[in-house]
Structure formats: structure tokens, C-alpha cells
Design a protein around this ligand. Structure first.
Ligand SMILES: NC(=O)c1ccc[n+]([C@@H]2O[C@H](COP(=O)([O-])OP(=O)(O)OC[C@H]3O[C@@H](n4cnc5c(N)ncnc54)[C@H](O)[C@@H]3O)[C@@H](O)[C@H]2O)c1
Length: 349
């Protein structure tokens, strides 16, 4: 089998996950790790993978076909564009970039060089999400009407010892809510406009600790999302879906509630509520539960990235998707600051 030469740029917290998953894929050869830190050099050496302090030197030397970009947000555009200009496909961690302008640079470089650029919104690859999408796309819920999403948990005090997490941009809106916005876009469609309020009442940091968002989707559905990193609560995707080993999975908790004219669906438990005889609030509503296989979304995302490189699959989360999700997430801050309804541009790309 001809293995696909992959490299990882940025071998920190999430970069390590990508490295582990890449090494577990039979059709991948991990040909390089670029990260100037001593810890990354040590890891590369322990894995027997060539290490580079400078990612351009790595691209020129090992000539990968695909690169996972897992560096800090402000570097995503420069690193991704350098790869794309060398005809190397990229999987860029979320958010696609720190600004819309930089996100557009990535989209433009992918288009100009005819190379795929994917964004790491890994929830899209969770088997629960795939099943929810097929239920909603099949019209089982009828016309989409309403969605409620909860993203509430408690980040420990030591999390905030890192200064950028106390400053604007380091809060739960850009770090966490962005995943929920992507999930809602993936399942319920494009967002037309939103309103938001934010608060830093509990932690008193410059950055928000809590936000409430109201959404209007292009298909007419309405949604609300509540996010807070200062609540002793389990209602969030990370804990309820058990997506990463570092979060203790809560088996009986739902965090997302989708309702339509014919039925409603909870996530991640995939409870499908419907009337079978007479529909109406005085009549009996029934629930059907599905238990999909547990799958590692990071592994599936990387498998998919390789299939896209081989031309076997189309991107499930393209750079344009990442751009639209970023646009809606940044609009939360804009709406909270202005107090106005923010209309998203229909031509985000
Ligand atoms: N999808 C997810 O579940 C998820 C989870 C965590 C982080 N992320 C995203 O992944 C990215 C990285 O986050 P993290 O928590 O792993 O950060 P981190 O600080 O743990 O790791 C970043 C690494 O990048 C390296 N680096 C910095 N500049 C570099 C450069 N120019 N070239 C090569 N390496 C460089 C650093 O030395 C560090 O090791 C961020 O965009 C973040 O939003 C995604």
C-alpha cells in the first residue's frame, strides 16, 4: 500500500491527539513534526519522527501531501497558506483563523492552488452527529422550528492561569461556543441573524464567562444557546457525548434539543419524540432511542482528510464552512457589544 505522507505543525495539546491518531492509521506515514518547543522535539524523537523547529523547512524537506495545522489561532493563516501554496492539503484546527480576513486568505489559497483545505470541527465526524443529520435531512422532524443548545460547565481556576484565557478572544464564545455554532449550522442550516448578551459577573475577567445567544436560521427556525464556563453543570456536548477521554462521559444527559412540526430530537442521546395517533399536547407522545456506536471523531476526521487527499471523498467541513462558522461566532461578540441584531453576510466567502 502506498502510504500518504502526513505532517503535523504544532504539537501541543491537540497536536498530540492528531499525532496519535495519524500513527494509528494504516494508510498514513507520519513524515514530520514541526514545532519549536523542546517538548515537541522530545516527543518527535521518542516516536522516531523527523522534527523541525521551522515548518517551512519541514515542508521543503519531507514534502508531505497533507498537513494538520494545530498551532495557535493567530498563526493558522500564515501556516495554512504556506502549505497550500506548495500544493499541500491542510486540516486546520478550529477556529479556521483569528479574523475573517485571515480565514478568507486560506479559502483563496485553497481555491487558487486547487488543494483541499479542511477545518477541524471534529463533532461533525461523531457517529451521533452523522445519525442526527440523516434523521433531520430525511425530514423526520417536519419543518425545523426551534433548537435549544446548552454549553454549561465549570473550568477549574488553574485553567485561567494562562493569561490569554482571561483576555478578549480567550473566553467560552470563541473557544467553545464556536463548536456549537458549527453543530447547529451542520444540522439546522445557515444562520441569518443573531442577538446576544454576555457577562463576566462571576470571574470578573476582561473576557466573558457567560453568554446567551438568540439565532434566526435562513429556513425560518429560531434557536437559543446558553454558554458558561463558570457553572457546576453537566449540560454540554463534551461531557454528554464523551468525545474526548479527558472528559468524564455523562450517560444520561442531553445538551441539544431540536424541534420540528412532526417530531423532536435530543443530542447526544438521539431520543426521537413523535406522536403516532392523534397529535396534540393532550395525547400521548412516544420516544424512540438510538444508541450509535461510539467512535473517535478525531480518528474519523483524519481518515476523512486522507480520503479527501486521495480524491475519494468531498470535504465534510471545508474552509468555507470554517469561515461561516467563524463569522457567526464573531458576530456574537459584535451583537453583545452593540446590543443590535447582527445580520450575517450571505456571501461570507
Ligand atoms: N478541536 C479541538 O477539540 C481543539 C482542542 C484544543 C485546541 N484546539 C485548537 O488547536 C489549536 C492549538 O491549540 P492547543 O490547545 O493545542 O495549543 P497549545 O498551546 O497546547 O499548542 C500549540 C503548539 O503550537 C506550537 N507552535 C506555536 N507557533 C508555532 C509555529 N509557528 N510553528 C510550529 N509550531 C508552533 C507551540 O510550540 C505549541 O506546542 C488552536 O487553534 C485551538 O483552538 C482544538
Amino acid at each position: 500500500m502506498n502510504k500518504i505522507p502526513l505532517a503535523v505543525i504544532g504539537a501541543g495539546l491537540i497536536g498530540k491527539t492528531h499525532i496519535e491518531r495519524a500513527q494509528a492509521l494504516e494508510n498514513v506515514e507520519l513524515v514530520g513534526i514541526a514545532d519549536p518547543s523542546a517538548a515537541a522535539q522530545e516527543m518527535a524523537s521518542s516516536l522516531g519522527v523527523p522534527w523541525f523547529a521551522d515548518y517551512v523547512a519541514m515542508l521543503e524537506t519531507v514534502k508531505p501531501r497533507g498537513v494538520v495545522v494545530a498551532t495557535p489561532n493567530v498563526t493558522h493563516a500564515d501556516v495554512a497558506v504556506a502549505c497550500l501554496e506548495r500544493k499541500v492539503a491542510v486540516l486546520v484546527e478550529k477556529p479556521i483563523a483569528d479574523t475573517l480576513e485571515n480565514a478568507r486568505r486560506i479559502c483563496a489559497a485553497a481555491a487558487a492552488n486547487g488543494v483541499p483545505a479542511l477545518v477541524g470541527h471534529q463533532r461533525r465526524y461523531n457517529p451521533i452527529m452523522r445519525q442526527a443529520k440523516s434523521i433531520i435531512d430525511a425530514g423526520v422532524l417536519g419543518k425545523p422550528v426551534s433548537v435549544t443548545a446548552l454549553c454549561t460547565w465549570l473550568k477549574p481556576d488553574e485553567y485561567f492561569e494562562t493569561s490569554w484565557r482571561r483576555q478578549v478572544g480567550g473566553g467560552p464564545v470563541l473557544i467553545n461556543l464556536i463548536h456549537d455554532i458549527d453543530l447547529l449550522r451542520f444540522l439546522f442550516g445557515e444562520i441569518e441573524s443573531l442577538q446576544a448578551i454576555t457577562s463576566n459577573r462571576i470571574r470578573h475577567f476582561e473576557v466573558e464567562d457567560t453568554a446567551a445567544v438568540m439565532l434566526r436560521f435562513c429556513n425560518g427556525a429560531l434557536g437559543t444557546v446558553s454558554v458558561s464556563d463558570t457553572t457546576a453543570a453537566p449540560w454540554n456536548w463534551d461531557l454528554s457525548a464523551g468525545e474526548a477521554e479527558r472528559f468524564p462521559r455523562q450517560d444520561d444527559v442531553n445538551s441539544h434539543f431540536f424541534s420540528g412540526t412532526q417530531g423532536s430530537l435530543t443530542l447526544p442521546r438521539l431520543e426521537l419524540w413523535r406522536y403516532h395517533d392523534q397529535p396534540g399536547w393532550h395525547d400521548q407522545i412516544t420516544v424512540q432511542r438510538a444508541v450509535p456506536h461510539i467512535g473517535c471523531p478525531y480518528a474519523e476526521q483524519l481518515r476523512h482528510f486522507c480520503a479527501v487527499i486521495e480524491g475519494l471523498e468531498q470535504p465534510i467541513c471545508s474552509a468555507e464552512d470554517g469561515l461561516r462558522t467563524l463569522e457567526a461566532t464573531l458576530a456574537v461578540h459584535e451583537a453583545a457589544t452593540s446590543g443590535a441584531v447582527v445580520h450575517l453576510r450571505s456571501d461570507a466567502s
